[in-house]
Design a protein around this ligand. Structure first.
Ligand code: ACO
Length: 333
């Protein structure tokens, strides 16, 4: 392989409204202390009424283009499980609003692993020469599909969007994506789901089961699966790259729960402080989680050019995946 997909720009965006743990404790049977100690989350951002995933994706995508110093991209790939409408995909409208009319544009649904899947597919399109540049966006607005009475999911999820611009380059360059590993286990799809609204329980305006239009999650089982699969996936990517685990300067995982990050660190035998963590500020933002953590990592000086980094995700499906890179010299816009 003499052509690689290289990270050339990074953008992030969260909606204005902040919901603190105290705000939730005032409305639900929970406490700020429970949320903070069980998840590491202190606040999350949520969309205003009428604000959509596509709106956030446009903001983050525009910032990634600006960070890369360009106004053009050949393709837009949007990872999301909360599209603006169930049909058509959200990406074409995002492309048009970014002035990228005519660019190929499509959505990828792999829930919290969506950004890693989107990076993998986009990198392959760059490596094959099909695309010269791809704008890869992860955006979700889970606040729009949560049961307002569910104290657990409402404590965890926040809304947001993050994006990178990939350009064609050489495999030895900083920023070149490599060591991609992706996996799934559809036998456990019901651990995280929105039961209604798809072809199995059609959107009639009257779901077959009460609350079937809301997102549900079996938290404890998901926790165990997340630790197992993210740890194994990071190890696989390191092995594919011929990197010892101890060579990893930074690990940037999907921000689902700070206790999951600590458990993965213990499992693979790395100090927890090598794991970038911004869950306290944004909560679990699903497909936006990894690029938002990248942007905060850069802004806080924790992600530096030349560091060996593995990105890893786990989510509904079940799905998981990882990819590695030597961190490039990019500014987070
Ligand atoms: N406030 C107070 N108590 C609560 C709350 C809350 N917000 N939420 C749950 N509890 C209670 C439960 O009812 C339970 O009470 P009980 O013992 O009387 O039955 C108790 O706390 C313990 O519940 P658990 O579910 O065992 O709590 P746990 O420590 O596992 O934390 C959590 C729950 C935060 C959901 C955790 O399991 C978790 O983070 N799971 C993983 C989520 C995840 O990784 N998702 C990733 C993918 S997301 C995606 O793909 C969309």
């Amino acid at each position: 392989m003499n052509r690689a997909a290289v990270v050339a720009g990074l953008g992030a965006w969260v909606p204005e409204t902040v919901v603190t743990n105290d705000d939730l404790a005032a409305r639900l049977d929970t406490s700020a202390e429970w949320i903070s100690t069980r998840t590491g989350i202190e606040q999350r951002h949520i969309v205003a009424p009428g604000e959509s995933t596509g709106d956030l994706a446009v903001e983050a995508g525009g910032r990634a283009l600006k960070s890369a110093g360009t106004e053009r991209a050949d393709m837009v790939v949007l990872a999301t499980s909360t599209p603006d409408r169930s049909c058509p995909a959200t990406a074409p409208e995002v492309a048009a609003r970014l002035g990228l009319g005519g660019a190929a544009a499509f959505d990828i649904a792999a829930v919290c692993t969506g950004f890693v899947y989107a990076l993998g597919v986009s990198a392959a399109l760059v490596e094959s020469g099909t695309a010269g540049t791809v704008l890869v966006i992860g955006a979700d607005t889970f606040s729009t599909i949560l049961n307002p009475a569910d104290r657990t999911t409402r404590a965890i999820f926040g809304d947001g969007a993050g994006a990178v611009l990939l350009r064609a380059g050489a495999p030895a360059e900083p920023g070149a994506l490599k060591g991609l590993h992706l996996g799934s286990d559809g036998t456990r799809s019901r651990l995280l789901e929105v039961a209604a609204g798809g072809s199995r329980q059609r959107s009639t305006g009257r779901p077959a089961e009460p609350d079937a239009e809301f997102f549900t999650m079996e938290g404890r089982a998901v926790f165990a699966e997340a630790v197992r699969h993210m740890a194994a996936s990071v190890e696989t990517t390191a092995r594919l790259l011929d990197w010892r685990l101890d060579d990893l300067d930074r690990v940037v995982l999907h921000q689902a729960n700070s206790r999951i990050l600590v458990a993965v660190a213990e499992r693979i035998g790395l100090p927890a402080d090598r794991f970038v963590r911004n869950i306290e500020r944004v909560g679990n933002t699903v497909a936006a989680s990894i690029p938002l953590a990248l942007a905060d990592g850069v802004r806080r000086g924790e992600l530096l050019a030349g560091q060996r980094v593995v990105l890893g995700g786990f989510g509904g499906g079940l799905t998981w995946g990882s990819v590695g890179l030597v961190w490039p010299d990019v500014v987070a816009a």
